[in-house]
Design a protein around this ligand. Structure first.
Ligand SMILES: [Zn+2]
Length: 500
């Protein structure tokens, strides 16, 4: 059996998705989840891009021991130096260099000839190779590049010591047969190709990223770039869960391959990434969507009860979806709470654990049974911001068919209590107007969504919203058994992001 190396770029390409910005603490939390999931390489960021990215790669390098940690760099000395510095603490560091090779990029982006590109790449790989033994090189926009130029640059990169050659379909333009012949041609025309691992990096602009990645494997690629939930630039990247489960499910085709992914961690990781990036997973999303294992048609339901495989090709337990397990109630102590979170894969510091426990007690007072999904939401609310400026102290609201809705809210701003009240079109609107008075942000509500986290009439409700404040869009999330409170918390979460 041959191993397929899983290279996860959720924290780099995934985070480039418009509107997905993660702070270093959140990135570390995702890195822990990826390590637990069993990914071989975590691309943790682009260290030269910003001080936040540098810090995130540095933190992750210091804390993650099992997975290799990769930093992205252009073929420029300062990029390579920054990546090397950020990766210093890693047990297994990797520098990922990229340089565009397609005519369109050469002509319009660089205004450079092929030979100049070749020299740039060669010099960069030499510098990087002196600092780090594990180098990956990507000819960017490979699927739209001239074959002969790809062969030349790949051969040179391997000669200079690159261990992995990644072939990116940067703009999501290719299709499975084309990817198959591209990988095959590279294997047949690059004399030293056996000295490197071939990798594939596909985007989903035409909805073909998973299919293209699988096709590359059949042609000889042994590393796949992917992201959790398929997030990434534009339409996103190949989804890790799809590639991994396709390999696992279609043993008849992919029986010669295996990955080191613990598939039972897929669902949990998917939800964590969704919550921290504020990207809701569509209900019909393959593998991790809410409806991915639901059967609506009576005929299907009946057949599944008789024999599961009539309409189910995978077992939901294999991806970590279990019928919500009862875990804790209001009498559960701090110890049981902490243990459960550890089991679920969270690594909270004492202060965050205390905050989360206080929140858990509040929720448990109103909701009898607390399930894993509830717990996940509670904890994720608490780790969203390290030091929030605004905190909810209390609120009151009156509404009904015969009265005009009215709300008063008290917030804690760094230890000082501030209050405000207002009428509105409904209880949520009244609260938001009161919040606007207290925080002094002129905010326009751009989007508002309410979802039930678990089932039952005492289910935890989660509100996701978008506020537009002087041209800037910020996301907020909040949860509570009371949907007005969930909305208030989401608003405060968004406002806190404006303060950082
Ligand atoms: Zn990409």
């Amino acid at each position: 059996m041959e191993k397929i190396i899983i290279f996860d770029t959720t924290l780099r390409d995934g985070e480039q998705a418009p509107g997905a910005s993660l702070n270093p603490q959140q990135k570390l939390e995702i890195a822990f989840a990826l390590e637990k999931l069993g990914v071989d390489v975590i691309e943790a960021g682009f260290p030269i891009a910003s001080s936040g990215d540098f810090q995130a790669v540095k933190n992750i390098s210091a804390k993650i021991k099992k997975s290799a940690i990769c930093g992205l760099a252009r073929c420029l000395k300062p990029d390579i130096i920054a990546a090397h510095k950020a990766l210093r603490g890693a047990g297994h560091p990797r520098i990922h260099l990229f340089l565009a090779t397609s005519k369109i990029h050469l002509k319009y982006k660089f205004k450079k000839a092929e030979d100049e590109i070749l020299t740039l790449a060669k010099d960069a790989i030499r510098i990087a190779r002196k600092l780090c033994p594990d180098i990956e090189f990507s000819p960017e926009d490979a699927t739209r590049s001239e074959r002969d130029f790809i062969y030349r640059i790949v051969e040179m990169a391997i000669n200079e010591g690159a261990r992995t050659i990644n072939i990116p379909d940067t703009v999501g333009y290719s299709y499975p047969q084309e990817i198959y012949s591209l990988i095959t041609d590279i294997r047949n025309n690059v004399s030293n190709i056996e000295k490197a691992v071939l990798a594939i990096h596909c985007h989903d602009d035409l909805g073909l990223s998973t299919a293209n990645s699988l096709s590359a494997i059949l042609a000889g690629a042994r590393q796949v770039h992917c992201t959790i939930n398929g997030i990434g630039e534009r339409a996103g990247n190949a989804a890790l869960e799809e590639v991994v489960m396709a390999l696992k499910t279609r043993k008849d085709v992919f029986g010669d391959f295996f990955t080191q992914i613990n598939t039972k961690e897929i669902y949990r990781t998917s939800r964590l990434v969704s919550n921290l990036t504020d990207f809701v997973v569509p209900p019909n999303k393959a593998i991790v969507g809410r409806n991915a294992f639901r059967h609506e048609s009576g005929i299907h339901q009946d057949a599944v009860l008789k024999k599961r495989s009539t309409y189910e090709i995978m077992d939901p337990h294999d991806v970590g979806i279990s019928s919500s397990q009862l875990v804790l109630g209001k009498h559960s102590g701090r110890h049981a709470f902490g243990d459960r979170l550890k089991h679920m894969g969270f690594n909270l510091g004492q202060k965050q654990l205390n905050q989360a426990f206080t929140r858990f007690k509040d929720v448990a007072d109103k909701k009898k049974d607390i399930y894993d999904d509830d717990l996940r939401i509670i904890v994720q609310d608490e780790i969203r911001l390290i030091r929030p400026v605004w905190k909810l102290e209390s609120f009151e609201v009156a509404s009904g068919t015969k009265i005009k809705p009215y709300a008063s809210v008290i917030l804690d701003k760094k230890g000082k209590l501030l209050s405000g009240s207002s009428g509105g079109d409904g209880p949520v609107d009244a609260c938001f107007k009161a919040l606007e008075k207290i925080t002094n942000f002129k905010a326009k509500l751009e989007d508002f969504r309410l979802e039930a986290v678990t089932s039952g009439k005492d289910a935890l409700g989660q509100v996701s919203l978008k506020l537009k404040v002087s041209g800037l869009i910020v996301n907020g999330r909040g949860s509570s058994t009371d949907i007005v409170e969930a909305a208030v918390r989401a608003y405060i979460d968004a406002v806190n992001k404006l303060e950082t």
